[in-house]
Design a protein around this ligand. Structure first.
Ligand SMILES: *[C@@H]1O[C@H](CO)[C@@H](O)[C@H](O)[C@H]1NC(C)=O
Length: 172
């Protein structure tokens, strides 16, 4: 009886903590999102980044490591080895560290406290591509964007949503 109750609780907790982030590339060129710490790709593998073709979307989920905060950024002008004109990282295509300066950030802290996520688009490290974070169902916060250095509705401002909200990050 106890074991069954516990199993149900664990399943429920796991369902609540899975945060899906959909990366939508509205640019007319490939963007290679980078993740630090690693995210979980749709095939279940750990990923530090991959290519998203112009006009395409791809989804990842953010696990409990993101409760300590993390960042997603778009890399541009990447070659096959993952060396990019902007946003390059250690690890090539599959980042194992954050990018240096010069990139627009989408910062997330998932389930920070009180069952809340905190997030913001930011140009404190620079600007390379417009980034909009749009919360999904269950959160009333509107899209938060950096459209240029320190410009855009919510650029640099921290917003919150209930943990369990999914997000879309749009490039361009
Ligand atoms: C990316 O790196 C992670 C380790 O951080 C590894 O588990 C994963 O298999 C790598 N993915 C690819 C596509 O190489």
């Amino acid at each position: 009886m106890f074991a069954r109750t516990f199993a149900v609780f664990v399943a429920f907790a796991a369902a609540v903590s899975a945060t899906t982030v959909t990366l939508t590339n509205n640019c007319g060129y490939e963007v290679d999102p980078g993740f630090y710490p690693a995210a979980t790709a749709s095939d279940g593998s750990s990923t530090g980044g991959f290519a998203v073709a112009a006009g395409s979307s791809s989804s990842v989920s953010l696990d409990s490591a993101w409760s300590a905060g993390g960042r997603i950024w778009g890399r541009t002008g990447c070659d096959a080895s993952g060396t990019c004109q902007t946003g390059s990282c250690t690890g090539g295509e599959n980042c194992t560290a954050p990018a240096g300066s010069g990139v627009t950030l989408a910062q997330f802290t998932i389930n920070a406290w009180n069952n809340l996520d905190f997030f913001n688009p930011s140009t404190t490290d620079g600007f390379n591509v417009a980034v909009t974070i749009t919360p999904g169902t269950g959160c009333t916060t509107g899209p938060q964007a950096c459209t240029a250095s320190d410009e855009g509705d919510g650029c640099g401002m921290t917003s919150s949503c209930p943990t369990g909200t999914d997000y879309t990050i749009s490039f361009c």
